[in-house]
Design a protein around this ligand. Structure first.
Ligand code: SF4
Length: 364
């Protein structure tokens, strides 16, 4: 059995960003302590299996503080013989050099900063609490603390963004000189303040967003931070090992309120409810798919990756009509949306923009 991935959701934030749809609540120290203990309790309910990645997402995981994060890491090492990639997400304004040093000492070897933009006006319109200068200081502090594996998030299609302001953000990322970038297109979800305020009216239109996305790919590729997934870019060897497990349909366990798992052929999740999580001692998960990991799901996830899908390797694992898929792929190749190399199919940057439609037409 291959080592699995571990994800811990830390649902605490100092305040809610107006575009955010992740499960998060206001930070409370007593609650954070109970939450830490419950995560550890939940970890020990599993078999003693091997893991090689641990990812703390949120929320704002560093609000737990390095000592609590270390307790969780130590529990994971004990229960899952964990060694490999240890990632923590961080906000540039909720971290200082001392905390970064403590995180390094706690065992983290990868840090992911929510930079989002290199233009202060855009950061303000996103409701972010940090400035460009704070993002610069945070990345500098991480390097001084000894982190070499650093990722930053960038948002595309945000209010008031133009090709010029995006270029400023990309130049800023070049200046940060980090080996990994996640570039997400803003999606305004129901229930967020952006949705209620109709902030979409302030954002670039769909065609402009497509151009911004293609500009981002071209720029990052040109500085050696190459696209390896629809929204992810890395220098060689710095791809996120944890996130690759999701796209390669490999197993992972998720701990904490709203965390998802894929394990032993099933997908399950904890509801977005911290009280329910705590009162059940981490035992309130619900099964969302009893027969996960079928060909359609596998193909959908694999085609998010630039490496694409190698049909010749899948005969033993799945029952599917290879010739039919290749036949359907041909006209899409002629339209420049994908490439076919023998029995490997992979999407082009233009194809990534309409990936759902392509995938549906290949496998439906
Ligand atoms: S800090 Fe991150 S998780 Fe928290 S509200 Fe903002 S975007 Fe959401």
């Amino acid at each position: 059995m291959n080592p699995i991935g571990l994800y811990v959701h830390v649902p605490f934030c100092l305040k809610k960003c107006p575009y955010c749809d992740f499960y998060s609540i206001k930070f409370d120290d007593a609650l954070a302590e109970r939450y830490t203990q419950t995560i550890i309790t939940e970890m020990f309910t599993y078999d003693h299996i091997k893991a090689d990645t641990l990812y703390f997402g949120g929320g704002t995981p560093v609000l737990l503080g390095a000592p609590r994060l270390k307790r969780i890491i130590d529990a994971a090492k004990k229960q899952f013989s964990l060694e490999g990639e240890f990632t923590v997400e961080a906000n540039p304004c909720s971290i200082d050099k001392q905390t970064l040093l403590e995180l390094k000492q706690a065992g983290f070897n990868r840090v992911s900063f929510g930079v989002q933009s290199g233009v202060d006006k855009e950061l303000h319109s996103l409701g972010r609490a940090h400035t460009k200068m704070q993002a610069l200081e945070a990345v500098k502090g991480a390097k001084e603390a000894g982190f070499t594996n650093i990722s930053v998030d960038l948002m595309i299609g945000i209010p008031h963004q133009t090709p010029q302001t995006l270029l400023s953000s990309l130049e800023f990322i070049k200046q940060l000189d980090v080996p990994h970038v996640s570039a997400y297109i803003l999606k305004i979800e129901q229930g967020t303040r952006f949705y209620e305020d109709n902030t979409a009216a302030l954002c670039p239109d769909e065609d402009s967003v497509c151009d911004l996305y293609l500009n981002t790919i071209e720029f990052l590729n040109s500085i050696g931070v190459e696209q390896y997934e629809i929204s992810n870019f890395a220098k060689k060897g710095f791809e996120s090992k944890h996130n690759l497990k999701y796209w390669r349909c490999e197993e992972y366990l998720g701990f904490g309120a709203s965390a998802h798992s894929y394990y032993k052929g099933k997908r399950y999740l904890h509801p977005r409810d911290i009280e329910g999580y705590l009162s059940s001692n981490g035992n309130n998960y619900q099964i969302s798919d009893k027969q996960a990991g079928g060909f359609e799901e596998y193909a959908m996830l694999r085609l998010r990756l630039s490496e694409g899908i190698d049909l010749s390797l899948l005969d033993k694992r799945f029952c599917f009509d290879k010739e039919k898929i290749l036949r359907r792929a041909k006209p899409l190749e002629q339209s420049g949306l994908l490439r076919i190399n023998g029995e490997i199919i992979f999407l082009t940057p233009k194809g990534f923009l309409v990936s759902n439609a392509i995938i549906a037409s290949l496998i439906s």
